[in-house]
Design a protein around this ligand. Structure first.
Ligand SMILES: Cc1cc2nc3c(=O)[nH]c(=O)nc-3n(C[C@H](O)[C@H](O)[C@H](O)COP(=O)(O)OP(=O)(O)OC[C@H]3O[C@@H](n4cnc5c(N)ncnc54)[C@H](O)[C@@H]3O)c2cc1C
Ligand code: FES
Length: 257
């Protein structure tokens, strides 16, 4: 983990209310991988807390993130231009990792949760793993990365809540409809908590025991495990887990959703 000043290479809208930002790293930063996140200072003294955003794509010299305009912090980010600088702490969190025996992988992503799912596809591109992607957006205007998912997946199903693009369905529903075809060895998921809850309930109802890992989104303070703002409850235990440091990726049975 390092704090670095990065230079923005590109920052542009890619769908309704969604921006894609690529920034250059000033030096080699080790350990950046799928499912980890970046904590970004929006560069305004009035906004002291950094904003956590998942890594979407990365190479040795740059990182790409995609973010939804939500409040003041992301609005300030959207005003940044190529050449501007930002302070970032990265990489943070544990991220997703696949075992050698995970040959068939289901990716279930909703809303801004689709971007960490894409980081998994990129990370394991060319490794022989087969990906089955179920990606949900609110509506057609919010759809992005559809071609990118299609290019790297055996099957990519893009669905929308209102049916204006693909089926009228959510990512979890699309996944369960196709489960017999996908036959995944492992399931990875990221999206709003109600979506992850529906995934957990659906697996339990069907008695499915396939390993499943979910990336949680919690409000964060420090992002490095010190402030306890981001804690979530561990299932059946009194102790808590810190989403920023122990996660954001957890085995689905490990945490209360
Ligand atoms: C590990 C992780 C990865 C994330 N990855 C992405 C991503 O790839 N793309 C994306 O668009 N969003 C992502 N988010 C959510 C993103 O951090 C918030 O949308 C963003 O911080 C909102 O900031 P704001 O100032 O615009 O909104 P405001 O509502 O003004 O924020 C006020 C405060 O609440 C926090 N906050 C608000 N909403 C959230 C939220 N949903 N999760 C965590 N903190 C929040 C902010 O960080 C800030 O401290 C991620 C969150 C986490 C925890
Ligand atoms: S954000 Fe401070 S402990 Fe997680």
């Amino acid at each position: 983990m390092k704090e670095v000043t990065v230079r923005i290479l590109e920052n542009k809208p890619i769908a309704a209310g969604i921006y894609k930002m690529t920034f250059a790293l000033p030096e080699k930063v080790g350990g950046i991988s799928c499912g980890k996140f970046v904590n970004i200072s929006v560069g305004d003294g009035a906004h002291l807390l950094r904003r956590p955003i998942a890594v979407c794509e990365h190479c040795e010299s740059s990182v790409t993130i995609c973010y939804q305009l939500k409040g003041e912090g992301t609005r300030l980010m959207s005003g940044k231009k190529a050449g501007d600088t930002l302070s970032c702490v990265l990489p943070l969190g544990n991220g997703f990792s696949l075992r050698g025996e995970d040959k068939r992988v289901a990716l279930v992503g909703g809303g801004v949760g689709v971007f960490p799912m894409y980081s998994v596809l990129k990370e394991y591109e060319g490794t022989g793993k087969e990906f089955f992607s179920y990606i949900g957006f609110r509506n057609k205007a919010a759809v992005c990365y559809a071609e990118e998912f299609a290019a790297l997946s055996e099957k990519a199903e893009i669905v929308t809540d209102d049916g204006s693009f693909g089926k009228k369905e959510n990512a979890v529903g699309a996944f369960f409809e196709d489960l017999a075809n996908a036959k995944p060895d492992v399931i990875l998921s990221c999206g709003p908590t109600p979506m992850l809850r529906a995934l957990k309930a659906g697996l339990a109802e069907r008695g499915i025991n396939i390993p499943c890992y979910v990336s949680l989104e919690e409000r964060m303070g420090c992002g490095i495990g010190a402030c306890l703002v981001c804690v979530c409850k561990k299932s059946g235990k009194t102790e808590n887990a810190r989403v920023c440091k122990d996660g954001p990726v957890f085995e689905i049975g490990e945490v209360e959703l």
